[in-house]
Design a protein around this ligand. Structure first.
Ligand SMILES: Nc1ncnc2c1ncn2[C@@H]1O[C@H](COP(=O)(O)OP(=O)(O)OP(=O)(O)O)[C@@H](O)[C@H]1O
Length: 338
C-alpha cells in the first residue's frame, strides 16, 4: 500500500478539520482529494506530508508507520498552488537543489536534471530564471524539483489552481501522461470535479472533514453514495418527490428530495402515458451540448441537457410546450442529507 490513513482526526481548537478519516492509496496510483472549500483536503494532505500532526490515528507510508516521522524523513515530494521556486536560481539549479542537499555527485546531478527537464518538457529552458517562464512552465519546474529526489509519494495541493483555464486543462492532461511514465504514488488536491475526473485513478470525495466516498470517476458519477456526492459531482436537478415528473414512474423515494441529472431528462414533443407537460423557458447553446430550461406546470424548473442531434430533432424554442419524464433518478436515505 502506498499510503494508509487509519482513523485520523485533526482539530484546530474546537473545530474538527478532519474527523476519523480512513483512506488507502494503492502504490503507484494517482488519487484526487476532491471537495468544497474548507472540507479538509489540504489538512489531510498536510497530515500525510507530516506538516501537521494528527490528534488521533496513524499514517503509514509505503508500509512504514510515519505518524511521528519528520517531513524530511518521509521521502515525499510536495508541490503547492503558488510555485515556490527559488527566484535567484535558474530552472536547472532549482531542480538540482534537493540533490545538492543530499550531496549527490555533480556528474550524476547533471544527468538527472537533463532527464527531468525532458520529462517535464522543458529541455532547452534550463538556464532561464523563474521570472522568464510562464505560470504553467513554473509549475512543471516545481514538479521536476519534487521528482528529483525520487520520492516514494508525491503530494500536490491545487498545483494548477493559480493558472488560467486553458493552461490548467493542458497541464492536467500532461500530469496524467507524466504519471503514467513515472508511476509515483500521487495524491492531488482539487476542488474542481472535472479536473479530478480527468486526471485520477480514484477520487476521494470530502465533505466537512470526512470522506463521503472513494471510487473511480465512473463509480462516483454513476453510483454516488450520498446526496452530497451526487450534487457535488456534475450538475443535478433537485426536485420534491411529489413533483409531477415522477408521478407516472412509480418512483419510490425514501427522501422528499429526488436528484435528477439533466442528461436523464427525456424531452418529447408529443405526450405519452408517462410524460408530464412542461414549457421551454430558455435554450443555452454550449457547442457540444444544448441546455434547456423547462418549467413544469406546477412551477418547478428542470434543466435538461440534450445532444446536438436530439436538439435538432426536437427543434425546441422558448415558450414551446414539451413533454418530459425522467430516465433515471436517485433518492438517498434521509440520514445522508447534507
Ligand atoms: N492552521 C489552522 N488553524 C485553524 N484552522 C485551520 C487551520 N488549517 C485549516 N484550518 C481550517 O480547517 C478547515 C479545513 O481547511 P483545509 O485547508 O483543509 O480545507 P480545504 O478543503 O483544503 O479548503 P480549500 O479548498 O479552501 O483550500 C477550514 O475551515 C480551515 O479554516
Amino acid at each position: 500500500m502506498g499510503i494508509l490513513v487509519e482513523n485520523v482526526s485533526k482539530n484546530f481548537g474546537s473545530f474538527k478539520a478532519i474527523e476519523q478519516v480512513n483512506l488507502e492509496v494503492k502504490t503507484g496510483s494517482l488519487v484526487a482529494l476532491l471537495g468544497p472549500s474548507g472540507s479538509g483536503k489540504s489538512t489531510l494532505l498536510r497530515l500525510i506530508a507530516g506538516l501537521e500532526l494528527p490528534d488521533t490515528g496513524k499514517i503509514y507510508l509505503t508500509g512504514k508507520d510515519a505518524t511521528y516521522q519528520s517531513v524530511q524523513d518521509r521521502n515525499i515530494g510536495f508541490v503547492f498552488q503558488h510555485y515556490a521556486l527559488f527566484k535567484h536560481r535558474t530552472v536547472r539549479e532549482n531542480i538540482s537543489f534537493g540533490l545538492e542537499i543530499r550531496k549527490v555527485p555533480a556528474k550524476k546531478i547533471q544527468g538527472r536534471v537533463e532527464q527531468l527537464l525532458e520529462l517535464v518538457q522543458l529541455t532547452g529552458l534550463g538556464d532561464r530564471y523563474p521570472s522568464q517562464l510562464s505560470g504553467g512552465q513554473r509549475q512543471r519546474v516545481a514538479l521536476a524539483r519534487a521528482l528529483a529526489v525520487e520520492p516514494e509519494v508525491l503530494l500536490l495541493d491545487e498545483p494548477f489552481g493559480a493558472l488560467d483555464a486553458k493552461v490548467r486543462k493542458d497541464l492536467r492532461a500532461w500530469l496524467r501522461r507524466l504519471h503514467d511514465e513515472v508511476h509515483v504514488t500521487t495524491v492531488f488536491v482539487t476542488h474542481d470535479q472535472e479536473e479530478a475526473m480527468e486526471v485520477s485513478d480514484e477520487i476521494v470525495v470530502m465533505n466537512k472533514g470526512r470522506v463521503e466516498q472513494v471510487g473511480t470517476p465512473a463509480e462516483i458519477y454513476d453510483h454516488p453514495a450520498s446526496a452530497f456526492v451526487m450534487s457535488f459531482i456534475g450538475p443535478v436537478n433537485v426536485l420534491p418527490s411529489s413533483s409531477s415528473i415522477f408521478q407516472e414512474q412509480r418512483f419510490e423515494a425514501p427522501n422528499p428530495e429526488v436528484f435528477l441529472r439533466p442528461q436523464d431528462v427525456v424531452v418529447e414533443r408529443v405526450a405519452n402515458g408517462t410524460t408530464t407537460p412542461a414549457t421551454v423557458s430558455r435554450v443555452i447553446h454550449l457547442g457540444w451540448e444544448i441546455q434547456v430550461e423547462l418549467n413544469l406546470d406546477e412551477g418547478q424548473v428542470v434543466m435538461a441537457h440534450l445532444t446536438r442531434d436530439r436538439f435538432k430533432e426536437l427543434e425546441l424554442e422558448p415558450e414551446q410546450r414539451v413533454y418530459v419524464k425522467p430516465k433515471d433518478a436517485k433518492s438517498f436515505p434521509l440520514y445522508y442529507s447534507i
